[in-house]
Ligand binder design. Structure first.
Ligand code: G3P
Length: 215
């Protein structure tokens, strides 16, 4: 399972890239709105740091507008992937853009059928939002299971990006299910590292090493 970072914060990305585990990044208008500066400069910088797929989202509602925006965003860097919302207009845009060789990530996917339609239109990635389903008392990870089964049944090469991840258990379940990618907020990536027994173990080893040094 590839790990993408779900943020537009350059400092966070810089730090996490230095850990050697980040293979891509996803942004959305909300994440970009939390950072200072020109969105295009932010996307460019993220691409330079991550050197892998970086999703940048269109905000137009009609296919024509989405396509125009997407072509501009794609010029920023070879790593840019266009995030397009799962609507009828979005499907039309995905069809055109994928035929041009511009990779699309269909976002705001909440049902397996939306994912199937996105894959048929030519999306390179789909982003089902698990946390937002959990928020409304639906089982978000069940959606991932269903999409993976459908894509596997018919041999789609569209990759599933598990999105709207809120805690380490989402990441664990995604990996157990064989999801292609998890896009994870920095806070949750940090939570994946820690275990109290690791800390206690280090403390104990260092204490014992003090005895060795006194020999
Ligand atoms: O990748 C999509 C993600 O950013 C949405 O997360 O927490 O706003 O549901 P959230």
């Amino acid at each position: 399972m590839k790990i993408f970072v779900d943020t537009a914060n350059i400092k966070e990305i810089e730090e996490l890239v230095s850990w050697g585990i980040i293979e891509g990044a996803t942004t959305n208008p909300t994440l970009i709105s939390r950072e200072e500066g020109d969105p295009k400069d932010i996307i460019k910088k993220i691409c330079e740091l991550v050197k892998g797929p970086v999703s940048a989202e269109v905000v137009s509602q009609d296919a024509e507008g989405m396509i125009k925006e997407a072509r501009e965003l794609a010029k920023i860097d070879e790593h840019v992937v266009i995030k397009i919302p799962m609507t009828v207009e979005g499907l039309k845009a995905i069809k055109v853009l994928s035929q041009e060789g511009i990779k699309c990530n269909t976002t705001l996917v909440f049902t397996p059928m939306q994912a199937l339609l996105a894959a048929k239109a030519g999306a390179r990635y789909v982003s089902p939002f698990v946390g937002r389903l959990d928020d409304i008392s639906s089982y978000g990870m069940r959606l991932i299971e269903d999409i993976l089964t459908i894509f596997d049944n018919y041999g789609f090469n569209t990759e599933v990006i598990v999105a709207s991840i809120r805690h380490p258990m989402h990441v664990l379940e995604a990996a157990l299910m064989g999801a292609h990618i998890a896009t994870i907020p920095p806070k949750v990536i940090r939570q994946l590292v820690n275990h109290p027994l690791t800390d206690i173990g280090i403390e104990r080893f260092l204490k014992d090493w003090e005895k060795v040094k006194k020999r």
